[in-house]
Each structure stands twice: as structure tokens, then as C-alpha cells.
Write a protein that binds this ligand. Structure first.
Ligand SMILES: [Zn+2]
Length: 245
């Protein structure tokens, strides 16, 4: 299994980092995990055959994880993709085609079938995926309840099983505690080190994970402190790098 770090930035635009986006190749299938700005251009620069990508998985609906998807869908359309594409969404999947219409992105015009599914269907379609709902969006409760808004505050972390070991990807999280059951025992864990407080990141020291790669613009002090405690297991992610199990 191979993971390409296509976008390792945060929610703040950066001079040289794309927003969150990862490409995973497992056997003959490839998956996009989150799809922030810069994703399509990076894949084009890599000469990657985007018409063969199996599925796009959006773990939560913040702009830095979603906003690259429209250009990717459009570029697949312009490249005359014919292979069906699954797009997994964390919530409100029934409304997504309406959202695309704002951009004159009409799936009727695509030569490929766009299959929009709930992220909860992911393990049913690909049994090597597992996921857990995390606590990244809980801070919005007051504004959502106050405004009687339809947002469901769903955010997920995913794990992909492989023959030589498993990958896990936190996407954005509020705490390590909320995903401990999912990530314990994985070989390589791509972890949001920006949002959880440092004491939460220290929980990783007690878990059985071979390699922790800190992303989403993890503060330097946090990386330094974790490396001081266990230099073998912790490292900072590098955009453009690929990681193999
Ligand atoms: Zn984010």
C-alpha cells in the first residue's frame, strides 16, 4: 500500500502547501482521502491518470477538505472519464447534486456515472476500510442549534487494512481519545497534530503504532517534544512525499 501526501496544509492558505489531500493506492485501486484545494493540479503535475481513481472520500465538510473536489470532478469530465466514480460524503449526501448545480456542474453531462454515497457505506463497498466518527466538529453545537441549521457535525477518521500493515488517517480531530479504538495497532498513522491539544497527542505514546506522521501544519514545538520522547516513531509529514507499507 502506498500513500501520497498531496496536500498537507491547514485551513489557512499557505505559500507552498495545498489543503488536505492524500492519495492511497491499494492493490489495483486508488482512493482520494479528502480533497482540498490544489489536489487536481498536483495530480496533473504527477501525470496521474485521474480517470482511473476508484473513489473520493470526504471526511468532513470544511473548505480545506472539500473545495478541491469540484475541479477534480470537472477535470474528469473534460478528460472524458467513463469509469464510474464513487464520492463518499460525511453528511447531507442527498443535497450534494444541488450544490454542484450552483457551479453548472451537471452530472447528466458527465460520461461517467457519479455515485454519491454516505461515508458509512465505505466499509460495505470496500471491507478493508473501517472508520469512526470523531469529535472535530462538536464546537459548532451552539450556532447550529441556535440557528436551527441542518448541519449534522459529522467528521470521520479512516483505517485501511493491508497485507503488510494498516494505514490510518485522522483527517481533522479534536482529540486522540475519540479515535483510539480505530488507530491502535496500525502500522502508519497520518495524524492531525494542529487541533488536538499537546497532551492529547501524547496519548499516541501509549498506543501500538509503528510510525506517526504529523500533518495539517502541526506546531514545531509539538513535533520536537514528541520526537524527544520517541524519535523512532514520530516525524513531520512532507508534502509531495509518498509513504509505503
Ligand atoms: Zn482541516
Amino acid at each position: 500500500m502506498k500513500l501520497y501526501a498531496l496536500g498537507t496544509g491547514s485551513g489557512m492558505a499557505s505559500k507552498d502547501l495545498n489543503c488536505s489531500c492524500y492519495l492511497v493506492e491499494r492493490e489495483d485501486k486508488s482512493f482520494i482521502l479528502d480533497c482540498g484545494e490544489g489536489c487536481t493540479q498536483t495530480l496533473v503535475r504527477m501525470d496521474y491518470d485521474i480517470c482511473e481513481i476508484e473513489a473520493i472520500i470526504i471526511c468532513h465538510f470544511h473548505p480545506d477538505h472539500l473545495c478541491g473536489v469540484f475541479m477534480l470532478l470537472q477535470t474528469m469530465y473534460l478528460k472524458k472519464r467513463t469509469k464510474p466514480l464513487k464520492l463518499y460524503l460525511p453528511e447531507r449526501e442527498d443535497e450534494f447534486l444541488g450544490f454542484m448545480q450552483y457551479m453548472y456542474l451537471f452530472d447528466e453531462k458527465f460520461a461517467y456515472a457519479l455515485k454519491i454515497r454516505s461515508i458509512l457505506d465505505l466499509p460495505k463497498d470496500y471491507p478493508y476500510f473501517s472508520l469512526v466518527e470523531n469529535d472535530h466538529l462538536i464546537g459548532y453545537t451552539a450556532v447550529i442549534e441556535g440557528g436551527n441549521l441542518p448541519n449534522q457535525q459529522r467528521a470521520y477518521s479512516v483505517r485501511i487494512a493491508g497485507e503488510k500493515g494498516d494505514f490510518a488517517y485522522s483527517s481533522d480531530i479534536g482529540s486522540i481519545k475519540s479515535i483510539e479504538g480505530l488507530i491502535d495497532g496500525v502500522h502508519t498513522f497520518i495524524c492531525d497534530g494542529l487541533h488536538p491539544p499537546y497532551e492529547e497527542l501524547e496519548r499516541l505514546l501509549g498506543l501500538s503504532i509503528k510510525r506517526v506522521i504529523l500533518t495539517h501544519e502541526t506546531p514545531d514545538e509539538a513535533i520536537k517534544s514528541l520526537k524527544a520522547k520517541d524519535a523512532e516513531r514520530f516525524e513531520a509529514i512532507r508534502q509531495g512525499e509518498s509513504y509505503t507499507i
